[in-house]
Design a protein around this ligand. Structure first.
Ligand code: MF3
Ligand code: CO
Length: 248
């Protein structure tokens, strides 16, 4: 069953998304040579607590941190480490906030200093793929209309989409129905209706689509060790297109 949120619930989710987005804005400014993922994780935990929220990820299925920070060939679910950022790294930060019982979930990928042209392109294509997906998130469309445009855009740019992980409904739970894949034919899956809240999150690889989970049981990496990027927003389907809930 796909939960439909009412006006009151949506206002809470907007507030939740605002905390996530404001926190992420600060974290992005700290992705510089010498800072570490663990430093960002501690700052995020403080920031979220000051705003009256709780990190969604900490303790979720035993996940040990507030953020996921995935560097270079790491795709998602990287556990923050003490390895300082280096010039040329590609850093994905994924943040989830619970506020008054409702989750918001978002992610960005940012460069450390100067990065290669190909890594720059990977970032811009992944971000654009997310926005192309959001454009398809409107009442009457099927879930896979989102999936299809994401895949088409990534592959047109000679990158690949990760198939083993998907976007998802979000609300009282971090993960709700429906699943929102980043690949597929159009016109499949549930029909989108006003009040549905979903997290759309393309993960795009520079090389092959294949990924595996590292020995730490969490960090997802590309099998070919090529870089990967990840962008995510929580949105609500309205009568009139999608509204992004994770805005500062
Ligand atoms: N944005 C990720 C997701 O939707 C974050 C989950 S990390 C976890 O799956 F640790 F909480 F699992
Ligand atoms: Co998510």
């Amino acid at each position: 069953m796909i939960n439909i949120k009412d006006k009151k619930e949506l206002q809470i989710m907007r507030d939740s998304g605002k905390i996530a987005a404001q926190c992420l804005e600060f974290l992005i400014s700290q992705v510089v040579v010498g800072n570490t993922p663990l430093m960002l994780d501690q700052w995020a935990e403080q920031f979220i607590a000051e705003k009256g929220g709780i990190p969604s990820f900490k303790g979720y299925m035993g996940y040990p941190a507030s953020l996921c920070i995935s560097v270079n060939e790491e795709v998602v679910h990287g556990i923050p480490t003490s390895r300082p950022f280096r010039e040329g790294d590609l850093v994905s930060i994924d943040i989830g906030v619970i506020y008054q019982g409702y989750h918001s979930d978002m992610a960005v990928t940012v460069p450390v200093g100067k990065i290669s042209k190909e890594k720059e392109k990977l970032i811009s294509v992944t971000k654009e793929a997310l926005y192309k997906g959001i454009e398809q998130a409107r009442a009457g469309n099927h879930v896979s209309d989102i999936s299809h445009v994401i895949q088409k855009y990534a592959e047109k740019n000679r990158f690949s989409v990760v198939r083993d992980l998907v976007g998802h409904g979000v609300g009282k739970n971090l993960h709700e129905e429906p699943q929102v894949p980043n690949h597929g034919k159009p016109g499949e899956g549930p029909v989108l209706e006003p009040g549905m809240t979903i997290a759309i999150e393309p993960m795009v690889n520079m090389g092959d689509a294949k990924v595996k989970v590292k020995d730490d049981k969490w960090t997802v990496v590309t099998v070919d060790m090529m870089p990967s990027a990840h962008f995510e927003h929580t949105i609500v389907i309205t009568e009139n297109g999608a509204e992004v809930l994770t805005l500062p």
